[in-house]
Design a protein around this ligand. Structure first.
Ligand code: NCD
Length: 323
C-alpha cells in the first residue's frame, strides 16, 4: 500500500449500501480512517496516490451540491479518476433505465459507482448487477450512509464519543434518508435518539427502531447534547403535511427560545441544504460557537475518502471480478 495507508485496515463489505447491517467495529474503522484524512485535507498539498489508476463514477439521478462535489474531491484527493454523470446530461433523459445505464458504465471497468437515486433500494439493485463496489449516496427516503458517518465524525470530534449522548433529530423524518441512517448509526454506537416532529412527519411504527418520539420541541430537546435539524423535503410531499410554513416554523423551527431546553453547550447540526426561516432560524444556523454545520461539510470529504479507500482496497483482484 502507498502513501502511508495502513495495510492492516480491513472492511468486511464489498459495498456501502446503508448503515443498517454495519457493526460498531465497521463504523469505528470508517471513522478512524476518516480522521486521518481530516488533517490531509487542511494541508496545501491535499493529494495522495492511494487510489492511483482507479476510476470512480458519480451517477446522480437527483440534484446534489455537497454530496456530489464531496465524492468528486474525495476521489481526486486520493489520486483516482472521477467521472460525474447527472440525469440532465445523460441517456437517462432518452429513456434508458437505471440498469441499462449501469451496465453501460460497468463495461468501462469502473472501480466504484456512487449512486444517488429517488427510489429506495436502487443502490442495492445496482450492486447486484455490476462488478465494482457501489456506494449509496442517497436512495429515496431509505438511507444515506456517508451522511450519517460524517455526522458521527463531527460529533465524535466535538464530544470525544458517541456512546451515551442524547441526540434529537427534528423535522421531516418521514421523508428523510439522513434520519434513517443516523438512527441506525447512533443506536449501533450506543447513543440515545429522540425524534421530534409533527405527527404527519413521523413514519408509522418508528419506535420499533429504538427511538423516543416527541411532538413538542421544548419537551423533546430537554437535556439533549446534539440537535440535528432536517430540511422540509417539499419535493417528496404529495398532499398537505402541515398548515403553513409560518406555523411550522413557529412550532418546529429551531430558534434560541426552543434551543434553551437543550444542554447549554448542545451542538447544532443540519445536513444541508438549509431552508433558513423554515426549519432553522438564520442566527442559530450561523452561531459560530454552537453550530457545526460547516464542519459537517468538511468532514464529508474525509469520510468519503475513507469509504472510497476501504471499499476499493477491499476489492477482489480483477480476474476474480470477471473483468
Ligand atoms: C440530504 C439528502 O440529499 O438526503 N442532503 C445531503 O445529502 N446533504 C438532505 C436533504 O436533501 O435535505
Amino acid at each position: 500500500m502507498i502513501d502511508g495507508a495502513s495495510d492492516t485496515v480491513q472492511f468486511a463489505h464489498r459495498h456501502l449500501l446503508g448503515i443498517e447491517g454495519l457493526s460498531p467495529d465497521d463504523i469505528t474503522l470508517l471513522l478512524d480512517r476518516s480522521e486521518s484524512y481530516v488533517e490531509q485535507n487542511r494541508q496545501i498539498d491535499k493529494k495522495k496516490s492511494v487510489l492511483r489508476g482507479r476510476t470512480i463514477i458519480n451517477l446522480f439521478f437527483e440534484a446534489s451540491t455537497r454530496t456530489r462535489t464531496s465524492f468528486e474531491l474525495a476521489g481526486k484527493r486520493l489520486g483516482s479518476d472521477v467521472i460525474n454523470m447527472s440525469v440532465s446530461t445523460s441517456s437517462i433523459k432518452k429513456g434508458e433505465t437505471l440498469i441499462d445505464t449501469a451496465m453501460t458504465l460497468n463495461a468501462m471497468h469502473p472501480d466504484v459507482l456512487v449512486l444517488r437515486h429517488p427510489d429506495a433500494g436502487a443502490a442495492k439493485l445496482l450492486s447486484e448487477k455490476v462488478n465494482c463496489a457501489v456506494i449509496n449516496a442517497g436512495d429515496g427516503s431509505h438511507e444515506h450512509p456517508t451522511q450519517a458517518l460524517l455526522d458521527a465524525l463531527t460529533i465524535r470530534r466535538r464530544r470525544g464519543r458517541l456512546q451515551g449522548l442524547m441526540v434529537a433529530i427534528c423535522g421531516d423524518i418521514v421523508h428523510s434518508r439522513v434520519a434513517r441512517s443516523n438512527i441506525h448509526l447512533l443506536n449501533t454506537m450506543g447513543a440515545r435518539v429522540r425524534l421530534i416532529a409533527p405527527r404527519t412527519l413521523i413514519p408509522e411504527g418508528v419506535e420499533r427502531l429504538g427511538v423516543e418520539v416527541f411532538h413538542d420541541m421544548k419537551e423533546g430537546l430537554e437535556d439533549c447534547d446534539i440537535v440535528m435539524m432536517l430540511r422540509l423535503q417539499i419535493e417528496r410531499m404529495h398532499g398537505n403535511f402541515f398548515p403553513s410554513i409560518r406555523e411550522y416554523f413557529h412550532f418546529f423551527g429551531l430558534d434560541y427560545e426552543k434551543l434553551a431546553s437543550a444542554k447549554p453547550d448542545a451542538l447544532i447540526m443540519h445536513p444541508g441544504p438549509m431552508n433558513r426561516g423554515v426549519e432553522i432560524d438564520s442566527e442559530v444556523a450561523d452561531d459560530f460557537g454552537r453550530s457545526a454545520i460547516r464542519e459537517q461539510v468538511e468532514m464529508g470529504v474525509a469520510v468519503r475518502m475513507a469509504c472510497l479507500e476501504l471499499l476499493t482496497l477491499n476489492q477482489p483482484e480483477a480476474e476474480q471480478r470477471n473483468l
